[in-house]
Design a binder for this molecule. Sequence first.
Ligand code: FES
Length: 100
Amino acid sequence: MTTLTLQPSGKTFEFEAGTNLLKAILAAGEALASKCGGEAKCGACHIFVKEGRKGVSKLTPAENAKLDTLVGIGSKSRLACQVTLLGTEPVTVELLGALN
Ligand code: FES
């Protein structure tokens, strides 16, 4: 199991390793847009991985290309739809709300 903490709410959830991050966030009852259906094309699911970067899958070329087109990205930016929770360490994610 992987511990996933969501900010700013501070809620913590447990998920199986291999769970898609966007699906985990939605399953936790948080709102996160996903206009392209998880294809790395809309950028609406942009989040920051604040802690636990070894607990998530690596950037894909499609994700990297889309992130380059977004405003407000940083070194912790990821597209939640492209991230798999690996279960190797707890992960803390910041939902960006109005920034998306
Ligand atoms: S849902 Fe569109 S990029 Fe993630």
